[in-house]
Each structure stands twice: as structure tokens, then as C-alpha cells.
Ligand binder design. Structure first.
Ligand SMILES: *Cc1c(COP(=O)(O)O)cnc(C)c1O
Length: 877
């Protein structure tokens, strides 16, 4: 019989046990082994049944057990200790408080961090993959460092999806519904006890309402907006049903709720709790980009015009891009945006044309019919970054169209390489100083971790086969799957095509020989979910499962369904080698290999993302990438890279693992494990990442924000930009004269028969290294004044096409040469002057350009405006 109403009935904790609720609600338990042990010891059986989730366990305990605990003096003493420890962890000063005490550091009073997904623990399934886990790790590490962050996201009633396999190995998806009342969440309420309600206005009289759930992630609050509320009409209740579920309007409403509703939720939270208002707004990928528009609307309500409000908002906004794949960027039909931000929709007081302009792909190759969330994100943020050094390069090229007139290298997108939260991802069995253990002990520890994985693999494989319809009696073979002494390789991640799940199947016979090698076998564990709409990805999974089902190899290769944080936490530590073979450079960073490294697992990966910058033969192996020569021919490229992968496994990885020294210890291998733990371990941590964000991005953004939260300053900057843009078509820089320091032709020039400046602007063919070159340029400012611009000589080594290249480029500001009256020449132009000095021998060149200059700009490229001399044709001497 089906119930017509459903309630969650909660236990009433006896007064002495009240602190248990706090301990279970703060998700710190998920990365704090002592708290987990405390809960486990309280009722080991119930702990196991609850899957290690304290709140679920408490809800399942019978009242008699609770009554018994409430009068158990020894237990209450331990509870008081655990409570005191949590209190200390939440309140004691940390790194950020020490940094902030140095007033010159100028750190933000608070930072709001927006993300469409958060992976905190398997108990709160609100993530699909790396982006969400990174967001979770960012919150956790920020809390550990004492950074006053507020996380903002959505609460999806069905999360992403649960993956299982059909009998014939096809991915199946189901969407179990979560009940927030059963999760470690609390409603944000008004003083009168009513839930805080966020409301968005939708076209033609509809409304979207949401409640705000709070999770506690250590010191950091996480606000999750939930549209499944009674006040909504049926359709709007489903806005937050699934993560990355629908497209079109469904996706747009999710993103409006996240961005616009998210800012309103932050305001309500600060009002209710007294938390300081954020000075910096950080958006993790473009999905939350509407937050900038909502802040413009807020300022408009206070009387600030659009241009000024835009400057004020940009100053404190940081945009982090995560995808080097243009198809991975969210884009909406322009008409859909127009209807939702028009007169009937949201953002009262903000003109819809201003909104549309921010997301317009107004550059060569752009689509006028589409509104691009990444483009809007970049226009609404004064600072932006990619997530590894290589991804920074790729992003600068990918978005270069927004900064015409600048080389990709000058595009103002920096990079902060991702990191992972060590307390979450380092096995509790792995001491932080494991690199100092003697060889034998370190190797024994690695074996223990592998053995734990083997047990987990067998358990999960049996459960999967049960779901695939097999009877227990047919499944005895699963107890013999995997061997705790065999070289174990892991490959687990989402299944978009660029990650190439099935590259290892390129030559099935060669893979089979590797798996079944008589002396040096390998075993491979594979996992990953394909997006429900990605038929190609699902075919790859079925292909892999088909291979792994073969009785010849099924004891050496497995596909485990429903990859998630719980599986990952056993998987990374238990593997010896973490394999990653993306199509370079499409992996923005990748973090699973970092989590593996924290546990002494070696990496075997294409040099993409983080592995491109930190690869070292001490830490693993680089699969050569054929992205140069075979570019464009993916089949050939797969063939070349798969062959290289097999060869590495056969000739290097397996021999190294099986080469045993004294006490059966593989000495070379253990040395690599040790170096990985000692030298790579510290770099891959999220604490390093969050400190970089604070020092390089949050602190400067907070300074800019403070400067431009002054309305007059914001108006002045907005008006200045408009004036510069209007004048720019008449700004020009004309052919330049130069001479060597002793004056033109004083000693002749070393390499040629040309002699200095009076040769019609052509340079001398040669220069002595170390000699200064004096430049003069005539600059028309089109009504701007010298204070509005910087006239810059750009000089350095040139390539065969006269492009100034390499890291040795110098940029030298030139100074206006004032006439007797202190102004421009009679024709209104200015003469600028300065010197450059070649820093190395070889081909050298210079040019002169004019850039807008204002103390509130974060970069000379910010406006995308640069005036350069008209093409001089052949510039050689
Ligand atoms: C770390 C992690 C990811 C990200 O893996 P990549 O290899 O960086 O794509 C995805 N899913 C889970 C469960 C993870 O823990």
C-alpha cells in the first residue's frame, strides 16, 4: 500500500546527549577520524548499518539505547571531550587570522564561493565529478586555514544519479530521492521561526520560490537552495530536481536560482547570523554567473547607474574557468535570456540589453544567437583563472577573442593549480610522515592498502552481479577476483570522450597478455559514470564491461558501478598506479591522480593538466602525447598513444614493481613511493591552493572592491571607461625614430651599413649587446590626456616572422616629451621617448603601443584596447 504522505520521524535526544547532534551535523566528521571512531564505538552494529553516517545512525538508535547512553558517565565524559574538540576546531585562530593581523595584508572580511555542485561526503550526494569534489575540498581547506568563506549551491532532490549495470553491461540510471530532513542540513529561518524564502520573478506571472538549507563544513557554512517547496507551482518545484539534468529553460532556472537566489540567500544568512558580508564573490565555473547581475541590481536599487555598478561588482568578482572544451561551456538561446530578464522577469531596473551585451559572443566566430555564460563570467569579473599552468595557457588562447589587440600570453587570465584536501583523501592508515618509514614497513603499508581495496572490489563486484541478475550460487568466483600481491592499476573518472575510458582496449590481445603475464601480471580496476544523455560514453562503458566479463580475464579486470567518494576513498590508496590518458590538453587539471599521490600511488599519465607541470620521473611515468604530429587524426593518435602506454607498462612499470630486493621489497618502486609522498604530496594539497587564491586573488579583489564600493570612484571609473572607448578609434601611434645611446651613427653599427635614425624609420641592421636603444614615437590621443594612457615599448627576441616571442619580452613605459608650454604639439599629438636594451644576442625587435591606464585596472589588457603602429611591412634592417 502506498502512503499518501511521508514524514521523517526524528529521535528526541535526551538533554545530556544534545552535543551529539552538533557533532553529527558538522560534516567535519567526514574527514576527522577521531569523531568517526567516537560514533562507531558508540554502537558498532548501527554504525555499520548506517554506512558510517552519524546522523543516520542516531536516527536508527532505539530510545532505550539513548536513555542508557544518557546515564553512562564514562560516555558523557568522552562526549564532552569530543564536543570541546569540535568547539576548538571551529573557533581557534588559524593561518588566516594570523595573516589578517598584519593589517597591510588587507584580507577580505568574507568570501562567497558559488558552485553548481559540492562533493563533501558520500553522505551528501550533491556532485557529479571533479568540479564538485574540488568545490568541497576548497571549502574544507578554507575552513582548516580559517578563511571566512560561505559556500553557495543548490540542493538537488535526486542528486546526480545512481549507476548500475544491466545484465548485458549497459549503464542504468536511477534517481533515489533524498529527504533533506534526513541529511545533516538545517533550514535557515527567520526570527519568527518561518523558513527564509527566496523568490525569483519569472516571465508571465510565474514565481520561483526556494528555501535555504545550511550544511556545516567544519568552520564553513554551505547554503543550498531548494525549490521543492509548497509555495511553488508544480513545474517550479522541479527546478532543483537533478544535477545537470535538463537543458533549455530548466537549466537556465537552475542557474538563475544559483546566481541570483544565491546572492539573496547570502544576504539573508548574514542578516540572520551577523556573519560579515562577503567582499569577494568567487564563481567556480560559469554556472553561477548571474550573481554579478544580481549585485548590479542591488546597487541600482541604491541609485547607482549600470556602468558604475558594473565596475563596482567586477572589482570583487573572481571567475574560475574549468573547461578547455568550448562545447563544455553553458550557452543559452538569446531569446530565452531576453524573456527571463525582460519586463516580466528578474532584475528590476537592469535593462535587458545590458544583460544581453554581457553574454554576447561579439568576436569573430561567435554566434549572435547565443548567450555565453563563460563570456559573461569573464566580463563580470576583474580577475579570472584557469586551474593548472597548462590550462591557463589554453584558456588565454581560447578566450583571446575578448581581448583583441593582445597576444594570448597577455590575456588577463592567470592560473591556480588545483589541490586536494589531504584529511579527506589520505587514508587514515597512512601517517602524514609515511615517507620516513623504513622500506620494509612502507612496502607492508602499501600492501595493507592494496589488500583493503581487493576486499572492497570483491564486495562491490558481487553486489553488482547480484543487481545484474546473477544468483549468489553463481558468484563464488568473485571471491577469487584480484590478488593483494599483484600490481594494481586504477582508472576512475567521469566518461566524457576526451578522457578515453577505452584507450586501454585498443589492442585487446596485448592487454590480455599484460593481465595474464605469468610472472608480472597486472590487475585493473575501472569505474566511472557517463552523463545520462551521453550515448557515446555509455557505449564505451558497455564495451569495457564486455571485456571485463570475459571469464579468461575477469579475475584481473573489473568495472565497478556507481563511482563516488566512498569508493574513491578506498580506491586511490589501494592502487599502485593511477592511470590517466586524456586527449591533451583537454584535461583542465585532473585531481584524482593527486589524491592517489597523497597515498603513495604512482602516476602513469599523459602530460596534461597538473601532471604536465609536476611530472618527474621520481613520481611515475609520462605517456607520450601525440598531440603535435597526429593532431586532427584521432584514430592515429589513439593508436600511437595506446602503443606507448602498453610499452611503458610492459617494459618499465611492471618490471620495476616486480624487481625484488632484500626481504622481497621492490627497492626502486618503494623509493618512488617515498619521493612521491615526500615531494609531490605537499604540492598537491588544497591548503596550498587556497593560500594561493587568498594571496594572489582574494586579497587584491578585496582591495579593488573596497576602492570601488565608494560610489564616486565607481562612477568615475565607469565614465572613464566609456570616454576611453569612445576616443579609442582616434588614438594612434605613428612611425618611430630610434638611435643608439651615443646618438645616431656615432660609431656606426656593428652588423651593417645602415646608420641610425635618419633612414626613414628603418633600424640599424646590428646593435651591440648592452647598448641602449633610444625610441621616439608620435602619439595621437584623440582627446584623451597622457594620464589616461600608457605608451609602451615592447621589445625582445623576434622569430622568423618578426613576432616578438619568448619569455624575455620587456615592456618599458615611454614618457611624453613636453613642449615649452607643457602640452601637445600644434597638431595635438604628443612625442614620447624612452630607451630599451637588448638583453641577449640574436634577432631582436621592438614595437610601441598605447594602452588605457587607470589605477583601478588590474591589467593593461583589461579593456581589450591597444593601439599599435600600422603594419610597417618589412622591418628588417
Ligand atoms: C577526484 C574525483 C573525481 C575527479 O577525477 P579526475 O580524474 O580529476 O577527473 C571524480 N569523481 C570522484 C568521485 C572523485 O573523487
Amino acid at each position: 500500500m502506498k502512503a499518501i504522505r511521508r514524514f521523517s520521524v526524528h529521535p528526541v535526544l535526551p538533554e545530556p546527549l544534545r552535543p551529539l547532534s552538533e557533532l553529527a551535523h558538522n560534516l567535519r566528521w567526514s574527514w576527522h577520524p577521531p569523531t568517526r571512531r567516537f560514533f562507531r564505538d558508540l554502537a558498532p552494529g548501527a554504525w555499520r548499518d548506517a554506512g558510517g553516517d552519524p546522523l543516520r545512525m542516531l536516527c536508527a538508535l532505539p530510545p532505550s539505547k539513548l536513555a542508557q547512553l544518557a546515564s553512562d558517565r564514562a560516555f558523557l565524559r568522552r562526549l564532552a571531550v569530543a564536543e570541546g574538540d569540535l568547539h576548538d576546531a571551529l573557533n581557534e585562530p588559524r593561518w588566516y587570522q594570523r595573516e589578517a593581523a598584519d593589517t597591510s595584508a588587507d584580507l577580505p572580511r568574507a568570501v562567497a564561493y558559488f558552485s553548481p555542485e559540492f562533493g563533501i561526503t558520500g553522505a551528501l550526494p550533491q556532485y557529479s565529478g571533479g568540479l564538485g569534489i574540488l568545490a568541497g575540498d576548497h571549502l574544507k581547506a578554507a575552513g582548516d586555514l580559517g578563511v571566512p568563506l560561505i559556500g553557495v549551491g543548490l540542493l538537488y532532490r535526486h542528486g546526480y544519479f545512481r549507476q548500475s549495470l544491466s545484465r548485458d553491461g549497459a549503464q542504468r540510471e536511477d534517481y533515489p530521492e533524498i529527504d533533506p530532513a534526513e541529511l545533516p542540513l538545517r533550514l535557515l529561518r527567520e526570527a519568527d521561526g518561518m523558513p527564509v524564502t527566496i523568490t525569483l520573478r519569472l516571465p508571465v506571472g510565474r514565481s520561483l520560490h526556494a528555501h535555504v538549507w545550511q550544511a556545516r563544513v567544519g568552520r564553513v557554512p554551505l547554503l543550498l537552495l531548494d525549490s521543492a517547496v509548497r509555495a511553488n507551482a508544480e513545474a517550479e518545484r522541479h527546478v532543483t530536481d537533478r544535477l545537470y539534468g535538463g537543458g533549455g529553460e530548466h537549466r537556465l532556472l537552475q542557474e538563475m536560482l544559483l546566481g541570483i537566489g544565491g546572492v539573496r540567500a547570502v544576504r539573508a544568512y548574514c542578516r540572520r547570523t551577523g556573519h560579515p558580508e562577503p567582499e569577494v564573490f568567487h564563481t567556480n565555473e560559469g554556472h553561477a554567473g548571474f550573481l554579478g547581475l544580481e549585485r548590479i541590481r542591488e546597487l541600482g536599487e541604491r541609485g547607482l547607474e549600470f556602468d558604475a555598478a558594473l565596475e563596482s561588482v567586477r572589482a570583487g568578482n573572481l571567475f574560475t574557468t574549468h573547461t578547455p572544451v568550448p562545447a563544455g561551456i553553458d550557452r543559452f538561446e538569446t531569446s530565452l535570456i531576453a524573456s527571463h530578464f525582460g519586463d516580466e522577469g528578474e532584475l528590476e531596473g537592469v535593462a535587458v540589453d545590458d544583460v544581453l551585451r554581457l553574454g554576447a559572443e561579439s568576436y569573430p566566430g561567435g554566434d549572435p544567437g547565443l548567450f555565453n555564460m563563460a563570456v559573461m563570467g569573464l566580463r563580470l569579473a576583474q580577475r579570472a583563472n584557469g586551474v593548472s599552468t597548462l590550462h591557463g595557457d589554453v584558456s588565454r588562447t581560447m578566450f583571446a577573442g575578448l581581448w583583441p589587440g593582445f597576444d594570448p600570453a597577455e590575456v588577463p587570465i592567470t592560473s591556480v593549480t588545483n589541490g586536494v584536501h589531504a584529511p579527506t583523501w589520505r587514508s587514515p592508515r597512512m601517517p602524514a610522515d609515511a615517507d620516513t618509514l623504513p622500506d620494509g614497513e612502507l612496502w607492508a603499508l602499501r600492501r595493507t592498502l592494496r589488500e583493503q581495496l581487493v576486499r572492497d572490489v570483491r564486495k562491490r563486484l558481487r553486489a553488482s552481479w547480484r543487481e545484474r541478475g546473477a544468483a549468489d550460487a553463481e558468484l563464488d568466483w568473485t571471491d577469487g577476483v584480484f590478488d593483494p600481491d599483484v600490481l594494481t592499476i586504477g582508472f576512475a573518472r567521469r566518461v566524457p570522450s576526451y578522457k578515453r575510458l577505452t584507450l586501454m582496449l585498443r589492442d585487446p590481445e596485448r592487454l590480455t597478455r599484460l593481465l595474464l603475464h605469468p610472472e608480472r601480471p597486472v590487475q585493473i580496476v575501472v569505474a566511472g559514470k557517463a552523463h545520462p544523455a551521453d550515448e557515446g560514453g555509455k557505449r564505451l562503458i558497455q564495451e569495457l564491461v564486455g571485456f571485463a566479463d570475459d571469464p579468461r580475464v575477469r579475475h584481473r579486470i573489473v568495472f565497478l558501478p556507481d563511482y563516488g567518494m566512498d569508493m574513491a576513498q578506498t580506491l586511490y590508496p589501494g592502487c599502485d598506479v593511477w592511470l590517466n590518458n586524456p586527449l591533451r590538453p583537454l584535461e583542465a587539471c585532473g585531481t584524482s591522480g593527486m589524491k592517489a599521490a597523497l597515498n603513495g600511488c604512482l602516476n602513469l599519465s599523459v602530460r596534461d593538466g597538473w601532471w604536465d607541470e609536476w611530472f618527474d620521473a621520481d613520481f611515475g611515468w609520462a605517456v607520450p602525447s601525440a598531440d603535435g604530429d597526429a593532431a586532427g587524426d584521432e584514430d592515429r593518435r589513439d593508436h600511437v598513444e595506446a602503443s606507448a602506454l602498453y610499452a611503458l607498462l610492459e617494459d618499465e612499470v611492471a618490471p620495476c614493481f616486480y624487481e625484488r630486493g632484500a626481504g622481497e621489497v621492490p627497492v626502486r618502486w618503494v623509493e618512488m613511493v617515498r619521493r612521491t609522498l615526500a615531494r609531490l604530496g605537499p604540492r598537491v594539497q588544497a591548503e596550498r591552493m587556497v593560500r594561493e587564491y587568498v594571496e594572489r586573488l582574494y586579497a587584491p579583489a578585496a582591495r579593488s572592491h573596497r576602492e570601488l564600493s565608494d560610489e564616486a570612484a565607481a562612477r568615475e571609473l565607469g565614465a572613464w571607461k566609456a570616454r576611453v572607448r569612445a576616443a579609442w578609434p582616434s588614438v594612434s601611434v605613428e612611425p618611430v625614430e630610434h638611435g643608439t645611446q651615443e646618438g645616431p651613427a656615432a660609431h656606426g653599427s656593428p652588423g651593417g651599413d645602415d646608420t641610425g635614425a635618419d633612414d626613414g624609420g628603418r633600424g640599424p641592421a646590428g646593435l651591440w649587446l648592452g647598448a641602449d636603444l633610444t625610441l621616439r614615437a608620435r602619439v595621437a590621443l584623440g582627446g584623451l590626456s597622457p594620464e589616461d594612457v600608457e605608451v609602451q615599448a615592447v621589445a625582445g627576441p623576434v622569430d622568423g616572422t618578426d613576432r616578438i616571442v619568448g619569455g624575455d619580452v620587456t615592456r618599458v613605459p615611454l614618457k611624453p616629451v613636453t613642449t615649452a608650454g607643457g602640452g601637445p604639439d600644434l597638431d595635438g599629438s604628443w612625442m614620447y621617448e624612452g630607451t630599451v636594451t637588448p638583453g641577449s644576442a640574436g634577432p631582436f625587435g621592438y614595437t610601441v603601443r598605447v594602452l588605457p591606464a587607470h589605477r583601478s585596472l588590474a591589467s593593461g589588457a583589461e579593456l581589450g584596447l591597444a593601439a599599435v603602429p600600422s603594419d610597417p611591412g618589412d622591418v628588417s634592417g
